[in-house]
Design a protein around this ligand. Structure first.
Ligand code: NOJ
Length: 558
């Protein structure tokens, strides 16, 4: 057996800086705020912090539209602040992974400003420009945020490609000069002390330069051609080059965000001898409750546990021994897990949050916790669509309700409550003071009204809180090597209410049991003599009777 790499034994915590901790009263989180909260993260016990983008940006997409890769967003702080953060984190033995957004830049990036000047500008080829075809867009691709993926630029009479918003032109990875500029920038960040990269939509960087039409596009339904451009012809060549020129030069952690990947694709990106990335974020379990009417995530369907088990198990089994899973329930793009797969009603919120944490943390892979998940923060439901800030939510509302009129305003709000990215982006709830201790000013996005009950101060004061449960899970992961290495086996695949799986090594086993309902259930499972319960969200053990949202894990020798 190969020796584990440090990142295989680590637990990652994602910070969405804009919503984490404000220190200067402008209503937006900042880097000094992250520094101030490092002791809290240390207490939780995590190993790595993934920072969503902190680079200079006009914020058309909350920092995923970067106008300078080597400067910090002034509202977040300065270069001196980020260096202070690296230093302070390293002193606590915490690592920092930066978001790397290199499929596109902001249209305000100097490269694009140059590129749009003229067809013979040296930066023209840093982006993807095409002539109109019969006076129209070069093909029918749809932007992930609604509308077309091509924008016409008067100055030179050509279209540029933007898979995301018009303010996020796609970079042209065919151009070796662009690639080298990206590698230089990455190496520069490594020199500043960064410990890894989370790579935004990295499997979109290679496009089919023939630009074939997308047969599935339906503009009426706010469709996207993102998957059409995923896993393009040269993507592995580019990532191997990046690996050779940057990633292999240091002992860092890398995870690629890769919409639409199958396990076979993931093995190509992350196989132990692929020389590309260490992990990818797959999306399959995040789309199981997508719309049955072809509206993608704009849905209010409740998920089906059998589907969830099937998808997660497929990934556990397919990657075992070949590549490494990332394990996540939610992030800044996904609804809050306790609202989505758990039960946010007061009687069950804590129980179900702990149950979900148990299911995820006992799998094979590296767990990722999204800020606030460790205190069971829930989705948001603003009364008015205008209270939302997310470009994706606002565009979808405009397309489906206002322009196409295929969804009623009332129905659309139920979809927004279920799926909007702002569910995860409401500010972190630290305490019961005004604005939940997040800011002394007016928060950029309104705080969830449940903050007097759900906040860090309460959680840290209560030894039975979700926070301490996560702390125990993280500690167990550091202590029980079977949590890292054990093989996974799903039991009772067709059980619609209970998730049971095993982890196995040559000489021991873990049995993980989780009731996904608010009912008392009776289930058969074998428990060898000498089994010990390593963790549970209930104090006592009622054996084969599972109480609402009960989760428990047994360990025994084989
Ligand atoms: C994925 C990021 O997670 C999301 O927030 C962003 O809008 C898109 N990529 C575009 O960068």
């Amino acid at each position: 057996m190969m020796k584990n790499k440090w990142w295989q034994e680590a637990v990652v915590y994602q910070v969405y800086p804009r919503s984490f901790q404000d220190t200067d009263g402008d209503g937006m989180g900042d880097i000094p705020g992250i520094i101030q909260r490092l002791p809290y993260l240390k207490k939780l016990g995590i190993d790595v912090i993934w920072l969503s983008p902190v680079y200079k940006s006009p914020n058309a997409d909350n920092g995923y539209d970067i106008s300078d890769y080597q400067a910090i967003q002034p509202a977040f702080g300065s270069m001196a602040d980020i260096k202070k953060l690296f230093k302070a984190a390293h002193e606590l033995n915490l690592k920092i992974m930066m978001d790397l957004v290199v499929n596109h830049t902001s249209d305000e990036h100097a490269w694009f400003q140059q590129s749009r000047q003229s067809k013979d500008n040296p930066y023209r080829d840093f982006y993807i420009w095409r002539d109109p075809v019969d006076g129209h867009e070069p093909n029918n691709w749809a932007s992930d945020f609604g509308g077309r993926a091509w924008a016409f630029d008067e100055q030179t009479g050509q279209y540029y490609l933007h898979i995301f918003s018009k303010k996020q032109p796609d970079l042209n990875w065919e151009n070796p000069k662009l690639r080298q500029a990206i590698y230089d920038m990455m190496n520069w960040w490594l020199e500043q002390g960064v410990d890894g990269f989370r790579m935004d939509v990295i499997n979109l960087i290679s496009k089919d330069m023939q630009f074939p039409d997308d047969p599935s596009v339906d503009f009426g339904k706010h469709s996207s051609s993102m998957e059409m451009v995923a896993n393009g012809p040269r993507v592995h060549e580019f990532l191997r080059e990046m690996n050779e020129k940057v990633l292999s030069q240091a002992d860092i952690i890398t995870v690629g965000e890769t919409p639409g990947v199958t396990p076979a694709d993931a093995i190509k990106y992350t196989g132990f001898d692929a020389h590309e990335l260490q992990m990818v974020f797959q999306f399959e379990h995040t789309v199981i409750d997508d719309s049955k009417d072809g509206l993608g995530k704009w849905s209010d369907e409740r998920f089906d546990l059998v589907d969830l088990k099937r998808v997660l198990s497929k990934w556990q089994v397919a990657l075992d021994g070949k590549a490494w899973n990332s394990l996540y329930w939610n992030n800044h793009d996904r609804p809050r897990v306790v609202s989505r797969f758990g039960d946010e009603r007061p009687a069950y919120r804590e129980l179900s949050a702990k149950m979900l944490a148990t299911v995820l943390h006992f799998m094979q892979g590296t767990p990722y916790i999204y800020q606030g998940e460790e205190i069971g923060m829930t989705n948001i439901a603003y009364d008015d669509i205008n209270e939302y800030q997310d470009i994706d939510t606002l565009n979808a509302y405009q397309d489906l309700v206002v322009n196409q009129k295929i969804v009623s305003p009332e129905k659309m709000m139920t979809y927004v409550y279920h799926s909007s990215r702002d569910n995860a982006r409401t500010p972190m709830q630290w305490d019961t003071s005004t604005q939940a201790g997040f800011t002394t000013g007016k928060p950029w996005l309104n705080i969830n009204k449940n903050y007097p009950q759900i906040n860090v101060a309460n959680a840290v004061d209560d030894s039975n809180s979700i926070f301490y449960y996560y702390q125990r899970l993280i500690k167990l992961r550091h202590e029980l090597s079977i949590m890292t290495t054990g093989h996974y086996e799903l039991l009772a695949a067709d059980d619609a209410d209970v998730y049971i799986y095993k982890r196995t090594t040559a000489d021991e086993e873990l049995l993980v049991i989780a009731n996904f309902t608010d009912k008392k259930l009776q289930r058969e499972f074998d428990l060898p003599v000498g089994s010990t319960r390593v963790i549970s969200n209930y104090v006592d053990d009622t054996g084969h009777t599972l109480r609402p949202y009960e989760a428990k894990v047994y360990r025994y020798d084989k």
